[in-house]
Design a protein around this ligand. Structure first.
Ligand code: 5GP
Ligand code: ZN
Length: 116
């Protein structure tokens, strides 16, 4: 996708250092961190949002979850805990329309997501 920021990160047009990468996904720090640890876990394939995921992405989606848990251990936030967020669409507050998961931690994040 020509105008997609995360596709540009994937193809090297936007230089970004990866904390982890493999043939399916890449992990890098959010440019505007909302917590002491704020990572983005992003499939290399352009999938616009979770609603566009298909049966063929089942293994990928499982892999993403396991890498999130591994990154949390690597960042030293696993024992105290963390939050994983996936925003979908306008009401979900999605800004980059290429599927991605946020890993947030390193401080108490409060109880639950609200709309206030
Ligand atoms: P969304 O609101 O779509 O779930 O989250 C998009 C996230 O991507 C935001 O937290 C934003 O700070 C981050 N972001 C946008 N552009 C870039 C970029 O060029 N590099 C990095 N590392 N993060 C970005
Ligand atoms: Zn993309």
């Amino acid at each position: 996708m020509a105008d997609c920021i995360f596709c540009k990160i994937n193809n090297g047009e936007i230089n970004t250092s990866f904390l982890y990468e493999d043939e399916q996904i890449m992990v890098f720090r959010d440019i505007n961190p909302r917590a002491p640890v704020h990572l983005l876990i992003v499939p290399r394939e352009h999938i616009a949002d979770l609603g566009a995921a298909e049966e063929k992405h089942k293994e990928l989606l499982g892999h993403i979850n396991l890498v999130i848990a591994q990154m949390a251990r690597q960042e030293g936030i696993s024992d105290k805990g963390y939050r994983v967020i996936m925003n979908k669409g306008a009401d979900g507050g999605q800004e980059v329309f290429h599927l991605h998961y946020h890993l947030l931690g390193g401080a108490p994040l409060g109880n639950m997501v609200t709309y206030r």
